[in-house]
Design a protein around this ligand. Structure first.
Ligand SMILES: [Zn+2]
Length: 408
């Protein structure tokens, strides 16, 4: 294989293109480099080094984290093959970072390796999708919180489960991963995945017979290092599927969190972890049955209460705590049937806000609604014979406001 290096392809005008140490040494974390350019504004110092181990934000993947001369690198960007490191402004940083000086850099290994695991996992999934499902990777995002992959073709639940199994088999096979720059004449002879046209030498990442893809990011050396590949969610996305997945340490952390929750639900439902759905279903059935009992009991109580109303003026307003709007509506209908004036039921569970339904066979209820809106900022409306809404006020304030228009 040729030892063609990317830095040999640099346009002659861009003399300060950064040497990407992470290309050859993705497992290295410390490096020394010379500051070739330095700029600053009120918040940030922008450093260009002659070489760097920091992978910049690129291809949907967030930048490496770490420090240069002990100062935290807050962002790393690339433009025209020049990598810029951003460091927060401080007097100390301005004194320590001077053009031409040789500085020490350190990349945060935990983040770097986690990104290598998840990024390589994405190659494995995308390679299998390409080879076996005729589906292309049309979007990739790798940040501290999320890893997503968008496919060009929709994948159903069974296909996703099979994809996950195949991807993990590629991990067990512990395949070698090669990354190399190939000149045009060699590229012309091979088939590889690429999301965009790339000028100059192209870095080809090969994972056994699973994937061959143009890519500039750091990868692990063997698929075994990726660890578990776990698809955690998938939704229909445009014509295809958006897949959320996690690999390696992030996958383990996620599975541990899920198991903690599963164990808690198992304890609460007195079921074994693999049968918690049965336990939750049983709880739901009990809740539905209790709700039906409560409906019956509250309906009976309301009927009794309405039967026993005797000393009223023209209008009737009740304040109750009912669990179901149907009970409230039935009560208003029963009151309207029995009395000629305006009849209403205000229901509350906290005594500071009420849901109301008001009806009448003789009067326009919207007039009552207008008073509640104007006096108490209530929200609601309806037809002349019945209105409903909500109001955040005490029972006393509601009675006071209603007295303006009702005889209660
Ligand atoms: Zn890659």
């Amino acid at each position: 294989m040729t030892d063609f290096k990317k830095d040999q392809t640099i346009d002659a005008n861009i003399t300060s293109a950064t040497i990407k140490l992470y290309d050859e040494n993705p497992y290295e974390t410390s490096f020394s480099a010379k500051i070739t350019e330095i700029h600053k504004n009120d918040n940030c110092i922008y450093l260009v080094l002659d070489r760097t181990l920091f992978f910049p934000e690129e291809g949907g993947q967030s930048a490496d984290t770490g420090e240069i001369e002990g100062f935290e690198v807050v962002d790393v960007q690339i433009s025209n093959d020049i990598i810029t490191h951003m460091i927060s402004c401080s007097e100390e940083a301005e004194k320590a970072l001077i053009q031409g000086k040789t500085v020490q850099g350190r990349v945060n290994w935990e983040t770097r390796f986690s990104n290598m695991q998840n990024h390589t996992g994405e190659h494995i999934l995308s390679g299998i999708l390409h080879n076996e499902y005729g589906s292309e990777n049309v979007g990739f995002h790798l940040s501290d919180n999320t890893v997503t992959l968008d496919t060009s073709r929709y994948l159903n639940e069974d296909e996703l489960a099979a994809l996950e199994i195949k991807a993990n088999r590629a991990v067990y096979a512990n395949l070698e991963i090669k990354a190399e720059y190939l000149p045009d004449e060699e590229l012309a002879k091979i088939e590889y995945r690429s999301k965009k046209e790339i000028a100059g030498a192209v870095r080809i990442v090969t994972i056994g017979d699973i994937d061959k893809c143009a890519c500039c990011a750091p990868h692990v050396h063997r698929t075994g290092e990726v660890g578990l590949i776990k698809i955690i969610k998938a939704i229909k996305w445009k014509e295809g599927t958006r897949i959320w997945f996690l690999c390696g340490s992030r996958a383990l952390e996620y599975v541990q969190t899920i198991f903690k929750n599963v164990d808690e639900v198992a304890r609460l439902t007195s079921e074994s972890p693999d049968k918690i759905a049965d336990g939750v279903n049983r709880f739901n059935e009990t809740i539905q049955s209790l709700k039906a009992d409560l409906f019956q009991a509250q309906s009976g109580l309301m009927e009794e209460k309405i039967k026993n109303i005797h000393d009223i003026k023209s209008d009737v307003i009740l304040f109750e705590n009912v669990s179901n709007a149907k009970i409230q509506r039935n009560a208003v209908n029963a009151l309207v049937e029995r009395f000629d004036g305006v009849c209403g039921v205000f229901s509350t569970s906290d005594n500071i806000s009420y849901q109301y339904i008001i009806g009448s066979k003789n009067r326009d209820c919207r007039e009552v609604g207008r008073v509640l809106n104007e006096k108490l900022g209530a929200k609601g409306g309806g037809k002349p014979e019945m209105i409903q809404g909500s109001v955040a006020a005490s029972m006393e304030a509601i009675i006071e406001a209603l007295k303006e228009t009702l005889d209660i």
